[in-house]
Write a protein that binds this ligand. Structure first.
Ligand SMILES: Cc1cc2nc3c(=O)[nH]c(=O)nc-3n(C[C@H](O)[C@H](O)[C@H](O)COP(=O)(O)OP(=O)(O)OC[C@H]3O[C@@H](n4cnc5c(N)ncnc54)[C@H](O)[C@@H]3O)c2cc1C
Length: 419
């Protein structure tokens, strides 16, 4: 083949990139493209994305290529570039959200060859399905068994050379406005993954629920943007089951989203719940001012870092829907706006799990925030870190300031009847 466009999206890396590897193997010239499309909701992830793109451009340039950046509707811009370069095909990594699937459908209808490749998950969505009528797994444990037993493709090396056609204007990268606690890009993602596999992974089973210890990988933003290949990470985890289960949860929610693209809008399993509209309670939750310290600590971690510990996501999410009775979609929207790792499949799948409308086999599960706090933040260190008004309190007092005769100034009282 003469010229192939590789359309990047949520796969911002050169290592283990099946679409890029195939283009470099099959075509004389390869045009790596990223389109900044205003139709794609970016939340506050724009700065992280910009860092990913700058890093990817650097890696492609080292290999003789470049990252061509355009602005506008993805399909229109890809087709315009195809015209300019006389490309015969567009290659991309298959994705699962409604927007991504619509884009893929449109590209498939254009007058150019369009091929989708794996790369966004460990096991491609749709590859595993239970016997019977279901087109996807609705329950995690049987999916985990099938996922663990299925064959995998090999991890691919980065291409040695990316032969770019001459004379193309590369286009300007978006501004790198810093946001949150982590910086983007494949180089940093690989560094973090390597350090994690070397010295964090072994303690994962014991430490992953320790709120103050912060002993999870924090690789989620890198997986979200595809800076780290989930398949390569799974291979590197060398059978560490507790960690592999988490990567499997990620794949699980992706295969559910693939089959149920309305996952961010409609109950997956409607249960006729009547949700409260939100109002002040929702505002207080968003701001980390509910009066329940463990909830406020989680919400303030999100505000400060653009990231939140998984245990805190479970506690804060459960508190919003099960204690305050607010619609899960309001929580989802706030997380989606602020999280560096915010993505449709994981965010929606987890919110629906928490709300009892999704894939939890125990939909009535309610967390007692005080018991959660005592168990997962026994010394109150996590709360102390993110809620400075409570920093002077010791022991279990820190989780129950409303019981004190003299509650700390500046910290809200817990409204009656919500705990
Ligand atoms: C209400 C709620 C909303 C969430 N929204 C998102 C989101 O928008 N994006 C997102 O990536 N994760 C989301 N999660 C899942 C999980 O909290 C994060 O993936 C995890 O905290 C990221 O931290 P880590 O990289 O240190 O995870 P680790 O514990 O180190 O796990 C490794 C990787 O496994 C995957 N993973 C771990 N837990 C889950 C899970 N429950 N579901 C799916 N994948 C998982 C992530 O890709 C993660 O990076 C949400 C969870 C809840 C309860």
């Amino acid at each position: 083949m003469d010229t192939v466009i590789v359309l990047f999206n949520r796969d911002l890396r050169v290592h283990d990139h099946p679409a890029l590897a195939a283009a470099c193997a099959e075509a004389e010239r390869v045009v790596p493209l990223f389109v900044l499309d205003p139709a794609i909701p970016a939340g506050r992830r724009g700065g992280f994305l910009a860092e990913c793109l700058a890093d990817l451009r650097g890696s492609l340039r080292e290999r003789g290529g470049d990252l061509v950046v355009r602005r506008g509707d993805t399909v229109t811009e890809a087709m315009r570039l195809a015209g300019e370069t006389s490309a015969e095909a567009i290659y991309a990594s298959a994705d699962v959200s409604r927007l991504a699937r619509r884009r893929e459908g449109r590209l498939a209808g254009e007058r150019i060859a369009f091929r989708c490749f794996p790369g966004v998950t460990v096991v491609p969505p749709g590859a595993l399905y239970p016997s019977g009528e279901n087109d996807h797994y609705r329950v995690f444990t049987p999916y985990w068994r099938a996922w663990s037993a299925t064959g995998r493709r090999s991890v691919l090396p980065p291409p040695a050379r990316v032969p770019l056609p001459a004379g193309l204007a590369p286009g300007q990268l978006p501004p790198r406005e810093p946001y949150g606690a982590m910086r983007g890009g494949e180089s940093l993602g690989r560094e973090r993954a390597e350090a994690w596999l070397r010295s964090g992974l072994a303690g994962y089973e014991d430490g992953h629920d320790d709120l103050a210890g912060d002993r999870t990988s924090r690789l989620s933003p890198y997986l979200r943007f595809g800076c780290v290949s989930p398949l390569e990470l799974a291979a590197g985890a060398r059978g560490n089951e507790p960690f592999l289960r988490q990567l499997c949860w990620r794949d699980f929610h992706h295969q559910v989203t693939y089959a149920f693209p309305d996952i961010n809008r409609r109950d997956y399993r409607p249960r006729g719940t009547r949700w409260a509209p939100g109002g002040e309670a929702l505002d207080a939750w968003r701001e980390g001012r509910t009066g329940m310290p463990i909830v406020d600590a989680g919400m303030r971690q999100l505000l400060a870092e653009g990231w939140m510990h998984n245990r805190a996501r479970l506690i804060t999410g459960n508190y919003l829907v099960k204690h305050l009775g607010v619609d899960w979609r309001a929580g989802l929207a706030h997380f989606f706006e602020l999280l560096l790792d915010g993505d449709v499949a994981n965010n929606s799948g987890n919110w629906q799990w928490v709300a009892g409308t999704g894939n939890d086999t125990r939909p009535n599960r309610t967390f007692n925030p005080l018991r959660q706090a005592d168990r997962f933040d026994p010394a109150g260190e996590y709360v102390r870190r993110y809620v400075p008004e409570l920093a002077g309190l010791t022991g279990r007092e820190i989780h129950r300031p409303w019981r004190l005769a003299d509650p700390p100034p500046g910290y809200p009282a817990l409204p009656a009847g919500v705990a």
